[in-house]
Write a protein that binds this ligand. Structure first.
Ligand code: SF4
Ligand code: SF4
Length: 354
C-alpha cells in the first residue's frame, strides 16, 4: 500500500504509535544524528531523511550489555515492556539485520554443508518479532558513504514494515509487511492518496542520491563487491595486513559501531544473594578475544586480528550466508582513531589480487 502523509500528520502518527510502542526517531545534534525517544524530543530536531544515525540499529536488538540469566533461570525481557518502533532506519542498517538474523535467528536457514543453523537466540528473537521498523530513504550522503559498492541502494527495498520517502510537504508512505499494513489501515485518516507526481518526485530524489554516492565511490576510488571474490584468500600472506595494522590502537571501536558485528562475551557476576549472567559486546580486534585456556592465542598479533576481521566480513559470510558482512555505512571509518579506512584496505586487497 502506498500513501502520502503531511509533516504535521506524521507527527500525529508518531504520537499515535507512542501509545503502543516506545518510539525512537533520529534527532540531529550538530552535524550528526542519534536515536532519541520521541516523547522527549522537540519535533523540529527530528530528521527522518538525511543519512544513517551515528549508532548502529543492532543496539536496540542485541544490547551492549544485558542480563541473560538470573540464578539458573533465563532472564527474558519483560513482556510488559512496550515494543520499539524505530523510525528513520536507513537501507544500510536493514542490510545489517540480514547478518544479525543469520547469526541469532533460525530464519537464516541452512549452511552450505546442508546443516540447519538452529542455534537461535531467544533474546534477539523476542526483540525482533514484536518491533516495528519504519525505514526511510537517504536524502543526502556523507563522504564516508559507500553502500552502492556493497550492492545496497540508499533507499530501502525490503525488510521494513513501513518506508518513508521524504518529498515536498511530507512523506510517501509504503508498507511491506502485515504489521506495517495494519498501522497504515489504522491511521488512514491521517493520510491521503499518493499521486503520480509525488511518486516521480520521490524517484528523482532517489536518483539524485544514487548519483552522489556514485561520485563518492569514484572520487575515493572504491572497488565494488563484484571484484571482492577471492581477495582474502589471495592476500592471506600479504604484507598489507601488517602495514595497515601499524597504527591500530586495539580500541575495538570498528567492531562496536558496526551494524553487522555480533560477537559477544558472557560473564558471571555475583551480588549479595545469587549469581547473574551478563552478555556484552566483544571485539575481535582485542588481543584476548581469541585467547584460550592455558594462554595460547592463535591471533596474538594485531595484524592477524585485522586480517581476521576482514576475513569474516569478506570471505566467511559470503561462503556461509551468501552475503558480505559489510553494508558500506562507513561508520568504522569515522570511528577509527588510527584512521584505518576500510575502503582503502579493500582497494589494496583488490589491486594486489590482480
Ligand atoms: S565494516 Fe565498516 S562500513 Fe562495513 S558495515 Fe561495518 S561499520 Fe559499516
Ligand atoms: S577502530 Fe581502528 S584503532 Fe580501533 S581497533 Fe578498529 S582498526 Fe584498530
Amino acid at each position: 500500500m502506498i500513501k502520502f502523509i503531511s509533516h504535521n500528520n506524521f507527527i500525529r502518527l508518531l504520537a499515535q504509535l507512542n501509545k503502543d510502542y516506545r518510539v525512537y526517531v533520529p534527532v540531529k545534534r550538530e552535524d550528526k544524528r542519534f536515536y532519541g525517544r520521541f516523547e522527549n524530543t522537540p519535533t523540529e530536531d527530528i530528521v527522518i531523511g538525511e543519512v544513517r544515525a551515528f549508532e548502529p540499529l543492532k543496539a536496540f536488538f542485541f544490547k551492549g550489555r544485558e542480563k541473560v540469566a538470573d540464578g539458573f533461570k533465563a532472564d527474558m525481557p519483560s513482556s510488559g515492556d512496550k515494543p520499539f518502533a524505530i523510525v528513520g532506519v536507513k537501507a544500510c542498517d536493514l542490510k545489517g539485520f540480514k547478518v544479525q538474523d543469520y547469526v541469532f535467528s533460525a530464519k537464516s536457514g541452512t549452511t552450505p554443508d546442508g546443516t540447519n543453523n538452529d542455534d537461535t537466540d531467544p533474546f534477539y528473537l523476542q526483540m525482533r518479532d514484536k518491533n516495528l521498523i519504519i525505514s526511510s530513504d537517504c536524502t543526502c550522503v556523507i563522504d564516508t558513504c559507500f553502500c552502492l559498492a556493497l550492492g545496497v541502494k540508499p533507499y530501502p527495498q525490503d525488510d521494513f514494515d513501513i518506508n518513508l520517502s521524504q518529498i515536498n510537504g511530507g512523506f510517501i508512505v509504503e508498507s511491506s509487511s502485515e504489521k506495517g499494513e495494519k498501522v497504515i489501515q489504522q491511521n488512514l485518516s491521517l493520510m491521503e492518496e499518493s499521486t503520480k507526481g509525488k511518486l516521480s518526485e520521490r524517484d528523482k530524489q532517489r536518483d539524485k542520491v544514487v548519483k552522489q554516492i556514485e561520485k563518492n565511490i569514484q572520487e575515493n576510488d572504491i572497488p565494488s563487491q563484484k571484484v571482492f571474490e577471492g581477495i582474502i584468500e589471495k592476500n592471506y600472506d600479504s604484507g598489507i595486513w601488517e602495514e595497515e595494522a601499524k597504527t591500530c590502537v586495539e580500541c575495538g571501536a570498528c567492531n562496536t559501531i558496526c551494524p553487522t558485528c555480533h560477537c559477544f562475551l558472557l560473564y558471571d557476576q555475583k551480588d549479595a544473594k545469587k549469581m547473574a549472567r551478563f552478555r556484552i559486546w566483544d571485539s575481535c580486534m582485542v588481543k584476548d578475544f581469541a585467547r584460550v585456556a592455558g594462554g595460547a592465542n592463535p591471533r596474538h598479533k594485531l595484524w592477524m586480528r585485522l586480517r581476521n576481521r576482514f576475513e569474516k566480513k569478506f570471505d566467511f559470510f559470503p561462503k556461509v550466508a551468501n552475503l558480505y558482512a559489510c553494508t558500506g555505512c562507513g561508520r568504522c571509518i569515522s570511528a577509527c582513531p588510527a584512521k584505518i579506512d576500510i575502503r582503502k584496505v579493500l582497494k589494496k586487497l583488490v589491486d594486489n589480487k590482480k
